[in-house]
Structure formats: structure tokens, C-alpha cells
Design a protein around this ligand. Structure first.
Ligand code: GLN
Length: 531
């Protein structure tokens, strides 16, 4: 394709409608034929979400290149199948940072630096640079938030201006909105959509595609009404019907003839969803075994805090034809581990920071280890598994991470040497993809099916190498090491059906077509344990 086509994706009415997944699904439909590059614009002033509490903004997603980015990148990677890059997440924090640097350098000498044109120019330039650098066939630009939010106005204005720059035939505006069915009325209501599109049109953008998120399929009458009131053709309004399984969304869009709309607007051709994808979705709808998996953490108030973990579990469940129930268990309370885990077939202790809830997690881990309950410790989960093992098997009383107690007698988890001098909090952890070499004969090796693996990291602490020996002697294998053999990146307890830990976050690279091996191992062990 000679030049990049642009798809701008905005959302209206309210947040939480699944704009990221909808955008990713469209990207997925196009990606088998075209090079689709996703870009996410967020209006907040943080440079990246790495410094935010996941309870506020959902999970922080980490890329191979070490960027901490918006969780929508998880959807992009899972649906589009690309490995995303740091620059593809443009926050207002980054924009202002760049504008200010340019101003100090003298790039605007003599000028009054203004939102329009200087900030909007910079945003457009950023997008066009990515398109050029990546030789993108399609640049899929999702604008965060909801139309009308002050903080996203500049992105919306830049998206409007882009039309004149690239030409009307090369840009498509898509808008996700909400069609409620109020209790007692039992009728699909179009008013919120009309208002949201009105706002969009006031800003100079007329959508080519409107997706109405609704509890049921939009009926013809409502599609027509939206089309008339919003001045689009009837064929441009499609249903974004609620689904339990997000991997069905590309299929529902396909049924709604989204390909035709894209073809008409941009002249590009979406391909049908692959047979393999359909089969896996079908497996999810017709499961054979039921398993109960617990995620024991402290951000359980917002399930989005563990979004990729949940997805990784679903990927494995699809391959193993499981009906999976995920239980979020808050470990800060005082209930006994045995009680907490009643009826649970497998446990994940996910990543985390600080001391709140850790003793509860350690009790849960001990229970799993002693009762042969399949267990996967991720990052902090691995570290706490080591602390539990050191205390209760190796006899190192009170062993813990120096993150929790800097003066502990047994610092089995300690800060990485290169982290000692770090002062700034943003973007300074050990971040991104790191290789490891797996030990042959371990379950972890069997699951990955190879020796050289790579997972994405986000941490400051590691298993203290001084303790590798004593842990190993007692049966906790250092199952995967960094290539220089200094850092233990994977652990596995010898005398257990499935007790493994990973210092990285394998959930970040899991996809429906290729589930993360350690998650697959956990779900498989949970099914087996049940039998
Ligand atoms: N707090 C731990 C560390 O910094 C674990 C981090 C995590 O779980 N992502 O090493």
C-alpha cells in the first residue's frame, strides 16, 4: 500500500465501554493483511502510567523495550499481534515535556507558544513520524477518555486537523458510544449517542463508523434513528453488543459488516477471522472441565489491576477447554488460608509492592506448598514464595524482602545492585524483556519447550544470590537464570505437582493463539488436580 491510512478511534457518553478492545478488534481484522500500528493517546500529565496506582488506572502494561504504558496496549498486542513500542503511547505528559524542551532550545524563537498550533502540530508530527518510521499501512489512533473531557481536547483537535493533512480518503473516524435500555422502558435509547456525536461534530469531526455498545443487538429502527440524527449513512451504525468473552468481539463486528464500512471509507480490505481463533472461541463457549483459580492480591478492588493475568488464564482455558471461575481474594484480612482457598484448584500470587497484605499472601503460599495446590507466583509472588520457603523449610526465621524490612536478619530478597543508587521513581525499575536460560528437566522447561526464553520485567528486587544454594539444597530449584548466571528468574519446587514462580510477568506476552506457558501449566495442573 503506497501510503498510510489513519483510523481515529474516539469514545463517548461514559468510560469503561471497551474502547481499547473495540479498537484492537478492528486492528485485528486488518492485521492479517496490513501492517497495523496502534497508537494510544492519554490526556493525563503523567509521562507514563508507571507511577500510578493500578486501582486508579488499571494495570500498568510493560513492553519489550521497557516502556510502562496504558493497559490498552495489552489489548493491542493480544488482538493485533504486534510488539508495541514506547513511543506509541503518547500522553499529554510526554507532549508537554517535548514542547517545553523545544521552547527552551529556541525552536519557537520569537513566537508565543500556544496550544494551537504548536501543541497540536507536535501531536500530529508524532503520529506521522510513527507512521513513517514503522512503514505503517494503517495507523490506528485511539484517543483516551470520553469526548468532552477537557484533557483530551488537544488530541481531538489534532485528529481533526490531520484530515486536511492526509486527505479525507485516507482517514476514518470511528466512535464508540452507549445505547442504554433503561429499566422499565425496555427500549434502546439513542439520546446519549446523539449528544455524544453532536459534541464530536462541534469539534469538526463527523464519524464514518458508529459502534453502539448495548446489552443487545441494535435494532434496525435505532440504527436508522442514530443515522438520521447524526448525519451518517444507516450502514455506518453497528452494534457493539455486550459479550462475556471479549475474543468474540472481532466476530460480532464481522457479522455487523464492519469490513464493508472500512472498505468504503478507506479502500482497505479486512480479512475474516481465522479458523483457529473461531475454534478457540468455540472452546470457551463449550467447556468440558470446570476449574476455580484464585488471584490473591491487594488490588482486588479493581479487577482491571490484574487485566493481563485474567486474559492469560482465559487463553489457557480456551486451549484446555475449561470453564474457568476466577476468584479475587484480598489477602489483607485475617482469615485462614485454608478457609480462603476452599474449593480453589489453583492459585496465583501476582506482582505487587510494599508490605500491606504480604503476611496473608505468605500464608496462602505455604498452604499451596504444603497441600499440593497448583501455584504460580509472579514477580512479588515469586519473591514471597521464596520468603515463605526460607522461613518454613530452610528454617530462616522471619526471612523477608528488604523492601518490607530493610533490617531483616535474612534478606532473602534484596534490592538489585544497580537499583541502590536510583532516586527518581518514574521509569527506573528493571523494566522490559530480559532473557533467561531454563534448566532442563524442570516443568518450566517442559512447558516452554526450549532453553532460551524471554519475559518482561518490572521490579527493583531479586532473590538474593547469597541464598540460592540453601534454597536449592532444600528443594527449591533456581529453574531459570539470567545468562550471566547471577539472577534467578524462575523457581520451581521439586516435590510438588506445580509450584513455580517467575520474576518476570509472563501474562504480558500471552495471547489467545499462544497462551503463556506458565499459565497453561497452572490451569493444566488445576484440571489434573481436580480429577
Ligand atoms: N515489589 C517487588 C519489586 O520491586 C515486586 C514488583 C512486582 O511484583 N512487579 O521487586
Amino acid at each position: 500500500m503506497p501510503r498510510t491510512k489513519f483510523i481515529i478511534f474516539t469514545g463517548g457518553v461514559l468510560s469503561g465501554l471497551g474502547k481499547g478492545i473495540a479498537a484492537a478488534s478492528i486492528g485485528g481484522l486488518l492485521s492479517s493483511k496490513y501492517k497495523v500500528i496502534p497508537v494510544k493517546c492519554d490526556g493525563y500529565l503523567n509521562v507514563d502510567p508507571g507511577t500510578m496506582n493500578p486501582i486508579e488506572h488499571g494495570e500498568v502494561f510493560v513492553l519489550d523495550d521497557g516502556a510502562e504504558v496504558d493497559m490498552d496496549f495489552g489489548h493491542y498486542e493480544r488482538f493485533i499481534g504486534v510488539t508495541c513500542k514506547s513511543e506509541w503511547n503518547l500522553t499529554m505528559g510526554k507532549v508537554f515535556d517535548a514542547v517545553r524542551r523545544k521552547e527552551r532550545k529556541g525552536d519557537y524563537l520569537g513566537k508565543t507558544v500556544q496550544f494551537i498550533p504548536h501543541v497540536t502540530e507536535l501531536i500530529k508530527e508524532w503520529w506521522l513520524q510513527i507512521a513513517k518510521k514503522e512503514k505503517a499501512d494503517i495507523l490506528l489512533i485511539e484517543l483516551g477518555g470520553t469526548i468532552g473531557d477537557i484533557e483530551n481536547e488537544l488530541f481531538v483537535e489534532a485528529a481533526r486537523q490531520l484530515r486536511d493533512e492526509v486527505g479525507r480518503k485516507h482517514i476514518m473516524y470511528s466512535h464508540l458510544t452507549y445505547v442504554p435500555i433503561p429499566y422499565g422502558v425496555r427500549e434502546q435509547k439513542s439520546k446519549p449517542t446523539q449528544q455524544s456525536i453532536n459534541l464530536l461534530r462541534q469539534k469538526g469531526i463527523k464519524p464514518d463508523l458508529i459502534i453502539g455498545r448495548c446489552a443487545e443487538k441494535l435494532d434496525d429502527k435505532i440504527k436508522e434513528k442514530i443515522a438520521t440524527f447524526c448525519d451518517v449513512s444507516k450502514g455506518a451504525v453497528i452494534s457493539g453488543v455486550d459479550v462475556k468473552n471479549v475474543y468474540k468481539i472481532p466476530l460480532t463486528f464481522e457479522d455487523e459488516k464492519i469490513a464493508k464500512i472500512i472498505r468504503r471509507t478507506l479502500g482497505v480490505h479486512a480479512k475474516p477471522v481465522s479458523k483457529k481463533w473461531r475454534k478457540l472461541v468455540d472452546n470457551m463457549d463449550n467447556p468440558k472441565h470446570e476449574v476455580n483459580i484464585a488471584i490473591c492480591g491487594k488490588y482486588t478492588r479493581l479487577e482491571d489491576s490484574y487485566a493481563s493475568i485474567v486474559e492469560a488464564l482465559w487463553h489457557s482455558a480456551a486451549h484446555l477447554k475449561c470453564k474457568m471461575k476466577i476468584h479475587f481474594i484480598e489477602t489483607s484480612g485475617l482469615r485462614k488460608a485454608g478457609e480462603l482457598l476452599e474449593g480453589i484448584d489453583g492459585v496465583i500470587v501476582p506482582g505487587g509492592f510494599g508490605s500491606r497484605g504480604i503476611e496473608g499472601k505468605i500464608k496462602v503460599i505455604q498452604y499451596c506448598r504444603e497441600n499440593n495446590v497448583p501455584f504460580l507466583g509472579i514477580c512479588y509472588g515469586l519473591q514471597l514464595a521464596v520468603a515463605e520457603f526460607a522461613r518454613n523449610v530452610c528454617g530462616l526465621k522471619g526471612a523477608v524482602s528488604t523492601e518490607v524490612d530493610p533490617k531483616t536478619k535474612h534478606p532473602v530478597i534484596d534490592i538489585l545492585p544497580e537499583q541502590r543508587t536510583v532516586e527518581n521513581k518514574g521509569g527506573t525499575m528493571r523494566l522490559g524483556a530480559y532473557p533467561a536460560i531454563l534448566k532442563k528437566g524442570t516443568k518450566i522447561f517442559e512447558l516452554y519447550g526450549k532453553e532460551n526464553v524471554s519475559e518482561r520485567h518490572r521490579h527493583r528486587y531479586e532473590i538474593n544470590p547469597v541464598y540460592h544454594n540453601i534454597l536449592e539444597k532444600n528443594g527449591l530449584m533456581m529453574a531459570g537464570m539470567s545468562p550471566n548466571k547471577k539472577l534467578a528468574e524462575f523457581i520451581e519446587f521439586k516435590y510438588h505437582d506445580y509450584f513455580v514462580g517467575c520474576q518476570g510477568h509472563p501474562e504480558l506476552k500471552s495471547s489467545l493463539l499462544k497462551p503463556a506457558p506458565l499459565f497453561y501449566g497452572l490451569v493444566r495442573a488445576a484440571v489434573k488436580g481436580k480429577k
